[in-house]
Design a protein around this ligand. Structure first.
Ligand code: ZN
Length: 184
């Protein structure tokens, strides 16, 4: 199977780390070197995201605790957006301008589970591209949700930290069952 490359590098597919692995709940380290190794990590992340049929992936989801996420995700106008953000910081939207939707959300690290999560309909992150140049990415619809979800990951947070205790208990119980089935 061929996998999407990045900047001329062929990506290697890694398994997706599953909750409750501690790498998912530990804040990731800032990237300071924009070198070949980072390029390879990004290529591996694109390949792993595609293989898992995801719309976004954070580096700690393949076990690398560094502040990098990739996305390949449609926005509210169904335009496909694909890219990488290094050291992302979410730009706070003033409360008066904030509109929420509470669509279902899932995560490759909490296999096959979904729950409604209220999030702002538009989100912007600032950060750097693979060469360390400053970038700003704004998303609407699913892309807004993706930018927030992936930035959360790099801060050691999952969507299950943003839902009710009852919903979280249900999701984690079903997730544990899924993992057990995989091991059988
Ligand atoms: Zn996730």
């Amino acid at each position: 199977m061929s996998t999407p490359g990045f900047a001329g590098k062929q990506g290697r597919v890694h398994p997706i780390v599953q909750y409750p692995d501690p790498v998912l709940t530990t804040p990731c380290a800032e990237v300071t070197e924009f070198d070949d190794e980072l390029g390879q990590l990004i290529a591996d992340m694109f390949a792993s995201m595609a293989a898992a049929d995801g719309v976004g992936l954070a580096a700690n989801q393949i076990g690398v605790s560094r502040r990098v996420f990739v996305y390949d995700c449609p926005d509210a106008d169904h335009v496909r957006r694909r890219g990488v953000v290094i050291n992302p910081v979410l730009v706070e939207v003033p409360l008066s301008e904030r509109r929420l939707d509470d669509d279902e959300e899932g995560c490759l690290s909490v296999l096959h589970q979904f729950s409604a999560v209220a999030r702002p309909t538009t989100a912007t992150v600032t950060g750097a591209d693979e060469q360390g140049r400053p970038i700003e990415v704004t998303g609407t619809g699913l892309m807004s949700r993706c930018l927030q979800h992936e930035t959360d990951h790099l801060n050691g947070m999952l969507y299950i930290d943003r839902i009710s205790t009852k919903a979280r208990r249900r999701v984690l119980k079903d997730h544990a069952k899924e993992l057990e089935n995989l091991r059988l």
